[in-house]
Every structure is written in structure tokens, then in C-alpha cells.
Ligand binder design. Structure first.
Ligand SMILES: Cc1ncc(C[n+]2csc(CCOP(=O)(O)OP(=O)(O)O)c2C)c(N)n1
Ligand SMILES: [Mg+2]
Length: 566
């Protein structure tokens, strides 16, 4: 007996290595919900709402390679869209499965719930498919062939896919031969056109040989395509030094001997790094840098295009020269081979040798002083353990964490490009489920946390054990700064954060609140001794809510205020 359309879809996605499905059930989605419930390799994770489900799936895909989010027609799918659009921006293959009215309802023209009361049934498909790079409506006849196309495209682009399932067709058996599929780790990028690949490798070899001080800017795209080990090997055989932008932070352990620090235009750390990168005669952009404001020190970075060779996922740009149909993985492995077999092996550190990444922040503050940003970040650096995965929400904490040196083998996930506040709490849940070999440490502002804090209840319910750190300054701090402190719209309700895990049904969590540095030290020590989940609220004075310098605030004003108004 052939599997049903939904059963086969889940088999095919589980074959990629996905083990969890995030979502909220709904009557149109029951065929999907039921199929997940009985699937031997998939576990349903109940989300508090569809936006949280999409954020959790985004986090999961960052660490697992792909994820599934399942919502119901109209009301459910539309609620998930901000999360999925974030996965579009940040390049994460999240499969969005949506149950829709049956073909029988559509053919009879019956007016049904979750519509505008008219007989338009496909209104939401155009909206939801905008948050995907590929979409399909699955039927018994097309399920096999369409799933291959959709999976291939989603992985090729590393972006979401949108799949709809009319609820009657969803339960019918597929008509084609099922395909087993392979796990994500075994799936490679599309083959390159060989003549084009050779031309790229020749060009790169020549440019590297001729350069006095080439530098590498590896991007997070390498992680998305499973090429982090290749990056490490490339750095080892080439002897090239590298720096990362905020979006690409922590791609390798930040105690790597070739690591120079964070390139962020005029806000680089160490500050001398800006000169090294911008003065370099060859900048190898590995994966496609995103030159957005928060990734370029508010556009203060200037990379001379004639010195940049950009290796995108499937094309290459060197000045005005463009090469197409070459995959990043082929270019990287080709370069490794050329360095290994060629005579060009040498160290290219040049002046870069004199730039050292920032050490850990010095410990500041007397034990009985109140907690503050200045006291928190050096303590956080010392609290983190090798293999920890730090998740940061958008807000003043991200601006600070992006410029901090991470301790050895600590990884980080953030949404520097999409920057949707509230993302991090559900994303921490997704990350915790995707990688049980790392302790997840979430740092979030209170404002961001209030968006999606219900997911703490889900963490307790399904028994994952993150460390949650909430920075309570009572306001949308970073916004207060940019919009000038004093606006009532930046104040947020006063919550008793440390009481929340218990209210939300979490058992065995260490929960506490720190308002002085001695309490903070004790809390961190207690959390490191506790074997389960932990939730720590830290009071941050509102007047010192953001660790941003005056000069940065001024730059933000200048960048954001239209010339006619200044
Ligand atoms: C979904 C969404 N809504 C609004 C914003 C605008 N925004 C950016 S940061 C921020 C405030 C964050 O406040 P909080 O989490 O308390 O961090 P703080 O800066 O106070 O430490 C807001 C409202 C956004 N980025 N995303
Ligand atoms: Mg705040």
C-alpha cells in the first residue's frame, strides 16, 4: 500500500534528518497533525502560537540544517509569516506545511471559516508563498515529483519552502514510486560547470599569489551549506588570516590562531582591524557578505570592489567579472586542493599579524554595586563554557555581544539582518532541541522577551534545559536611545520575570533575580552547579540600559534623520 500524501511528505522530510515538527493544530491541518503524531521518526512540539513555532523552526534549522513548521489555513499560516520571512532573510530551509480546505469544499463553492466569507480559497497562498523560495500544492499525482523539486530548491537556496495540502487529497495514497532520500549532511550543492570552475580557481590562484596581504571574510552561508570544516581546512592550508562581521560571528572558535577580530566598518574590534581589512589588496568574501547597516558599523565600512572577490553560494564576482554556475563548495574544495598540491603555500599575514583580537573584558565593579551592563558582560564571558551556544535577541544586548570576544569554542546565533525582537526565546527552544551536545544560553532584553515568553512554558513541558538570562531595564532600551530617552512608548509593563517559569509550569528550574554584582556572581555559580534549566533576571538601570557610546548614538541619529529635517 502506498503511503498517503502527508505520510510520504513526512517520510521524505524526516529522511533529511529532521526529527521535530513545530506548530499549532487546526481542523484543516488534522491530516498533517495526525500523521506527525504516528510518525516513527518525528516528534510534535506544541508551540504557543504560530509565530513562535516559526521562530523555533528557524532556530532548529540553524543547528539541524532544516526544520518543519506546521500551521493551519489562513489564521495559522499568516501568523507564522514574520518568522518565515526572517528565515528567508537569514537563509534557513524551513518547510512550512499548511492544511487547506478540501477540494470537495472548493468544487462545491462552500463558504468556510478562516476565509473572508467569499469563495476565494487561494487568497493566502500568494501571501504565504512570498515567504518561501519555492512552493507547491501537493496532490496524490504530483507528490513524489513535486517534493523532489521543492526539497532540491529549498536546500539549493537554503531558504523556506511552502507546501499546501487540501485536506481530502492529503489522506489519499500517492500514485508514484516513493523515493528514500538522503540526510542533509550527505547532500552536496549542485555540480559546477567545470570550465567555469577552472576559470574561477585560476583567477583566485593568481590573485592570491599577487596579493601582499590577502584576508578572508567568511560568512554564515558556509555554515548553511555545511562547509565549516572546509573553511577550517582552507585556512590551515592557505595560512590566510580571517575576520568576521557581526552576522558571521562565531563561525569558528574565536580563539582560532588566524582570527583577527570583528570587522564592522568604523566599529570594528579591535579598531585597527578596519584599516587591515579595508587596506588589504585582496579580500576573499567567502559566501556573500551582507552590507546592511548593523553589519557594517552603520555603513561606515568601505570595501573597494576591485579588491574583493566574492564567492556567493552559486556564483562568483571579482570586480566587474562574473562567473556563474559555480558552487561555493566546489570553489572551496578546489582551492584547498590547489594549495595542497601547489608550491604557493605560504603565510600571508602581513600587517594583519599585528592585529590581535580583543581579550576578555576586564572584571569591573565592586561586589555590592548594583548590577549594570558594565558588570554583566565580563561576568557573562567568564560564565560561558566551551561548546556553549549563545543565542542573543535583537536589542542592546546584541550590539554588545556582537563586539565581545567569545570564549573558546562558544558559538552564537542571532538575527542581525532580520532583527525581529522576540525571535530568540523560541529560537533557543529550537536550538536546544536540534543540538543536545551544547548548552544553550539565551540572552534577551525584557521587551523582546515579552513578545514570546510563553515559549518558556513549552521548554518546561517538553523538558529542554536552556539557561535563560533576561536583562530587565523596564523599557525598549535601544529604541529609547535612538528615539531619545523619555518617550512613553518605550516603557513596557513591569513583569516578575523570575516567577514566570513556575507560573508557566516548569519544574526543577533554577530561578533567580540579581540586583547586585555579588548576587550575579552567586547566581552564575549556582547555575553552573545546577544540572537542569535556569532562568535569571538581571536588573539593569534604565539610564544605563544600553552599552552604546555617545558617538554611536550620534551616528544613528545622523544616519536615520532625513537631511531635510537635520
Ligand atoms: C518585531 C519587532 N518589533 C519592533 C522592533 C523595533 N525594536 C528594535 S529593538 C526594540 C527594543 C528592544 O527592547 P529590549 O528587548 O527590552 O532590549 P533593550 O534594548 O532594552 O536591552 C524594538 C521595539 C523590532 N526590531 N522587531
Ligand atoms: Mg529592555
Amino acid at each position: 500500500m502506498s503511503p498517503s500524501v502527508v505520510g510520504y511528505t513526512l517520510d521524505r522530510l524526516a529522511a533529511l534528518g529532521i526529527e521535530h515538527v513545530f506548530g499549532v493544530p487546526g481542523d484543516y491541518s488534522f491530516p498533517l497533525n495526525d500523521a506527525v503524531e504516528v510518525h516513527p521518526r518525528l516528534q510534535w512540539v506544541p508551540s504557543s502560537n504560530e509565530l513562535n513555532a516559526a521562530y523555533a523552526a528557524d532556530g532548529y534549522a540553524r543547528r539541524k540544517g532544516a526544520a518543519i513548521v506546521c500551521t493551519t489555513y489562513g489564521v495559522g499560516e499568516l501568523s507564522a509569516l514574520n518568522g518565515l520571512m526572517g528565515s528567508m532573510a537569514e537563509r534557513l530551509p524551513v518547510f512550512h506545511l499548511v492544511g487547506t480546505p478540501s477540494l470537495r469544499i472548493v468544487r462545491q463553492g462552500l463558504v468556510c471559516h478562516h476565509t473572508l466569507g467569499d469563495q476565494v480559497y487561494d487568497r493566502f497562498e500568494t501571501i504565504s508563498s512570498a515567504a518561501s523560495c519555492v512552493s507547491a500544492r501537493l496532490t496524490p499525482e504530483n507528490a513524489v515529483i513535486e517534493l523532489e523539486r521543492v526539497i532540491d530548491k529549498a536546500l539549493e537556496e537554503s531558504r523556506p519552502a511552502y507546501l499546501t495540502f487540501p485536506m481530502d487529497l492529503a489522506l489519499m495514497p500517492i500514485t508514484g514510486e516513493p523515493i528514500d532520500g538522503s540526510p542533509i549532511g550527505a547532500i552536496t550543492q549542485h555540480d559546477s560547470v567545470l570550465t567555469e570552475l577552472d576559470a574561477v580557481l585560476d583567477m583566485l590562484e593568481e590573485r592570491i599569489k599577487a596579493a601582499h596581504q590577502p584576508v578572508v571574510l567568511p560568512t554564515v552561508t558556509l555554515r548553511r551549506f555545511g562547509l565549516v570544516n572546509e573553511l577550517a581546512e582552507f585556512l590551515a592550508v592557505s595560512g590566510l588570516a580571517y575576520a568576521t562581521t557581526p552576522m558571521d560571528k562565531g563561525i569558528l572558535s574565536e580563539d582560532h590562531s588566524a582570527f583577527l577580530g570583528m570587522y564592522n566598518g568604523g566599529r570594528s574590534t579591535p579598531s585597527a582591524l578596519q584599516g587591515v581589512i579595508e587596506g588589504s589588496d585582496l579580500i576573499i568574501d567567502l559566501g556573500g557578505l551582507v552590507m546592511e547597516d548593523l553589519n557594517t558599523g552603520l555603513w561606515s565600512g568601505r570595501l573597494d570592489v576591485s579588491r574583493v572577490v566574492a564567492l556567493h553560494a552559486d556564483w562568483v564576482q571579482a570586480g566587474h567579472q562574473v562567473f556563474t554556475s559555480v558552487s561555493l563548495s566546489d570553489v572551496l574544495t578546489g582551492l584547498i586542493t590547489r594549495f595542497k598540491t601547489g608550491s604557493t603555500q605560504r603565510s600571508y599575514w602581513g600587517d594583519a599579524r599585528f592585529v590581535q583580537p580583543e581579550p576578555l573584558l576586564p572584571m569591573t565593579g565592586d561586589a555590592h554595586e548594583p548590577t549594570s551592563s558594565a558588570g554583566f558582560y565580563p561576568r557573562l564571558q567568564r560564565f560561558l563554557r566551551p561548546t556553549d551556544l549563545l543565542i542573543s535577541d535583537t536589542g542592546s544586548c546584541l550590539l554588545k555581544l556582537n563586539s565581545l570576544r567569545l570564549p573558546s569554542d562558544v558559538a552564537i546565533e542571532s538575527q542581525t539582518l532580520w532583527s525581529s525582537i522576540g525571535w530568540a526565546t523560541p529560537a533557543a527552544l529550537g536550538c536546544a532541541l536540534a543540538c543536545n551536545d551544547r548548552r544553550v544560553v539565551l540572552v534577551t532584553g525584557d521587551g523582546a522577551h515579552q513578545f514570546t515568553a510563553q515559549e518558556i512554558g513549552v521548554m518546561g513541558f517538553i523538558d529542554v534545559s536552556p539557561v535563560v538570562i533576561v536583562l530587565n531595564n523596564g523599557l525598549y532600551g535601544v529604541e529609547a536611545l535612538i528615539s531619545e530617552v523619555g518617550h512613553a512608548y518605550n516603557n513596557i509593563p513591569v513583569w516578575r520575570y523570575a516567577d514566570m517559569p513556575e507560573t508557566l509550569g516548569c519544574h526543577g528550574w533554577w530561578c533567580g533575580k540579581a540586583s547586585s554584582l555579588v548576587e550575579l556572581d552567586q547566581a552564575f555559580a549556582a547555575i553552573n552547579h545546577h544540572s537542569g534549566a535556569a532562568y535569571l533576571e538581571i536588573l539593569i538601570p534604565p539610564e544605563e540600559s544600553q552599552p552604546l557610546g555617545d558617538e554611536l548614538i550620534e551616528t544613528m541619529h545622523q544616519t536615520q534623520t532625513p537631511k531635510t529635517m537635520s
